[in-house]
Design a binder for this molecule. Sequence first.
Ligand SMILES: *Cc1c(COP(=O)(O)O)cnc(C)c1O
Length: 429
Amino acid sequence: MSTRNQQLFERAQRHIPGGVNSPVRAFHSVGGTPCFFSRGYGSRVIDADKKTYIDYVGSWGPLILGHAHPEVVTAVQEAAALGLSFGAPTECEVEMADLLCTLLPSLEMVRLVSSGTEATMSAIRLARGFTGRDVLIKFEGCYHGHSDSLLVKAGSGMLTFGNPSSAGVPADLAQHTLVLDYNDAAQLEQVFAEHGERIAAVIVEPVVGNMNLIAPKQEFLQTMREQCTKYGTVLIFDEVMTGFRVGLECAQGYYGITPDLPTLGKVIGGGMPVGAFGGKREIMKKIAPLGSVYQAGTLSGNPVAVAAGLATLKLVQAPGFYEMLRQKTTLLCEGLCAVAKKHGVDFSAQSVGGMFGLYFRSSCPQSYVEVMACDKEAFNRFFHAMLNAGHYFAPSAFEAGFVSAAHSDADIAETVAAADAAFTSEHFL
Ligand SMILES: *Cc1c(COP(=O)(O)O)cnc(C)c1O
């Protein structure tokens, strides 16, 4: 007899490509049937078969307060009752812009959009318009949304321009993007020495959360800042994931590096579609209607979405919020490492603020090559053992995980105990 999840997945595949509206949801990497969720509250989610899980995905980062936080839900309900969208300015957008510029010193002006993809795509267009240059540097394994210039992988040799990583991206466009190795400061310096005058922007995840979690070397970010300043290149910190996730000051404050244009998303919408890009006034004045770089959105700054974001950002400013989140996330990583060690499993884990990485490898990776060398099959077995026990981790060995303020220490202890059992269960062995 098939489960309700299986029935829904079969039905979904009839009219939705792969049965999902975003690829990683399909469980292709781990195999099996995706959970169709019907409800979330706090640290928990419930699927179509009425099974409850402790959730370590949190909608891929936005749900820093957990699911359906009462204050966020109320803010959304109140905003919705006043009108869903106007396509005209509203006061809450001004409040959001003021708040973001107060919290982040790198922001002098900010524009709201509806997704992280839009934020990074627009920031790149702006950087190109501002500098009058075309070349873009990105790093292998970083994800910045799915706009054409960013779906690019490294060319055949070092210092060659990129190739499309998706069908449908013109090779001509990919050739404007140089793909370098994350955490390799020497390579970055070499590329600037050769192409510096042509580089419009460097875009980077200041902590990578899209090839599992890779922490930056301080020297890498420092070199990036220095080279960008030296060559008049715009430094874009893509903080769509790290923004208000690693701390109230975001990754830029955490590492003490000021980008020219930060992008935001995920947490700033609290589960609703909000993205943002902004930075120096001098650069932002290039955006229409003030300047010649075009960017627009029918639902940009949507009042219901912004209400969710404002309610979320209000709560994360509570004293001690990020210290509490950091402690919970550390507790999870240390607990999992301890039980893995007990069972002799090659495993490591680390966290930055409220995001974490789990690796089936003896030490935490520092590069794309190292992360790719993790034991993916071991992860997949762990994933299914944990899913079976009611603990929902990202369905891929190459995604970061997230802890919310709603996760209690007891939740985390439950997950660690489940991992202890999982490492000896039939699913894992
Ligand atoms: C999620 C993410 C994006 C894309 O955001 P969407 O809202 O999915 O378009 C861009 N950059 C980073 C770093 C992300 O984690």
